[in-house]
Design a protein around this ligand. Structure first.
Ligand SMILES: Cc1ncc(COP(=O)(O)O)c(C=O)c1O
Length: 373
């Protein structure tokens, strides 16, 4: 026990002790970007299915866990996103881990953006391929790393792993330039976790124009803008079949709840029918950006629904988060190791669970509470 206590004490001394805190205040921290988690149509779809569709899948997909709801969702989602095939997972974390430990082979290079999500790092660590990182968003550096690897005899495929919209910085990957590299050297794996449902025609993501290519794999999470939980891998049929046969986190796990497949199917229908949701969120982003530029011009904003407001020191970021929370806004502080050292921040997440008035009031409050430097 002493080890665990000491570790927690050290975290506390460094202002890094985490604890679970419930929902309080207006939502400026969830990933429920377009408000689908509680949308009446989603609730009604799940309610209609209750009793008919089982709550639990009761087995692995390869055994009794295969359900009509899941198969229908995957087929429809693949069509919606423009991919040849789709495969569901219990969540985005496990989907990243699953793909990166299964598709890149020994002799390949897994090349990831330095700011990739923890699940990508874990998948890389546990996988078979050699691993390298390139500077965040820097395609020239990615090209140099590949060239150095080839010069040292690297002959396999290169798997380039990026997020289309970065979860802690709210900026975008240079997908088209990375695609050129992938076409020369192998594959592009795009984690669309924070872009699905928000960007692209009908919310089909920032990589919508690349879907369907033989060497592109995308990950769409269902737990963020789509308002449910789980994830979907989209890609070429042969890659999906390979996952079904070789991916241990897929084979040796209970299938996701079929009710989440029902929710997923409804979320896609809502994306098609209700484009106002994307437009309204874009309005929030523009309004917050304009207010911040006027009130706190020294603090840059991202131009997406994820707005990192960098404070710097851990304690300063957490103190500011507490002060903003005390005014009724649920904004969370994010510290290293989730983000790089010296970049502790408030991660403002703009969602349709807040009104335009709330968005303006948050900017006013930030102006008032922002620490003097
Ligand atoms: C970029 C990115 N990928 C994957 C995940 C994991 O997805 P999930 O929450 O569905 O496990 C997250 C969630 O935080 C994320 O931000």
């Amino acid at each position: 026990m002493a080890f665990y206590r000491r570790d927690l004490e050290a975290l506390e001394a460094g202002s890094r002790l985490r604890s679970l805190t419930g929902r309080r205040g207006v939502d400026f921290s969830s990933n429920d970007y377009i408000g689908l988690a509680t949308a009446p149509r989603m609730v009604a779809a799940v309610r209609r299915a209750l009793g008919d569709v089982p709550i639990g899948a009761a087995g692995s997909r390869l055994l009794r866990g295969e359900t009509e709801a899941q198969a229908r969702f995957e087929a429809e989602a693949a069509r919606f996103f423009g991919a040849e095939a789709g495969l569901g997972f219990g969540g985005g974390y496990v989907a990243n881990f699953a793909v990166l430990t299964t598709l890149p082979q020994r002799g390949d290079l897994l090349l990831m953006d330095a700011l990739s999500h923890a699940s990508t790092h874990e998948g890389a660590r546990a996988g078979r391929a050699e691993v390298a990182r390139f500077r965040h968003g820097d395609v020239d550096h990615a090209r140099d790393v590949i060239a150095a690897w080839r010069a040292q005899g690297g002959r396999g495929a290169v798997w380039i792993a990026v997020e289309s919209l970065y979860s802690m910085d709210g900026d975008r990957a240079p997908l088209d330039d990375l695609m050129v590299l992938a076409d020369e050297h192998g594959f592009l794996m795009v984690d669309e976790a924070h872009a699905t449902g928000v960007f692209g025609p009908q919310g089909r993501g920032l990589a919508h124009h690349l879907e369907g290519r033989h060497n592109v794999v995308t990950l769409h999470t269902l737990g963020k803008a789509l308002g449910g939980s789980g994830a979907l891998i989209c890609g070429a049929r042969v890659l999906v079949n390979f996952l079904v046969n070789r991916c241990r986190p897929f084979i040796f796990a209970t299938a996701p709840s079929p009710l989440m497949a029902v929710a997923g199917l409804e979320s896609l229908a809502i994306l098609r029918d209700e484009p106002w949701r994307q437009a309204s969120l874009a309005g929030h982003v523009a309004a917050f950006g304009a207010e911040m530029a006027r009130r706190l011009p020294q603090v840059p904003v991202s131009g997406s629904q994820i707005v990192p407001l960098i404070v710097g020191p851990d304690a300063g970021a957490m103190a500011l988060a507490s002060a903003v929370q005390a005014r009724g806004f649920d904004v969370r502080g994010i510290r290293p190791p989730t983000v790089p050292e010296g970049t502790a921040r408030l991660r403002v997440s703009l969602t349709l669970n807040a009104t335009r008035g709330d968005v303006i009031r948050l900017a006013e409050t930030l102006e008032e509470l922002w620490p003097d430097t």
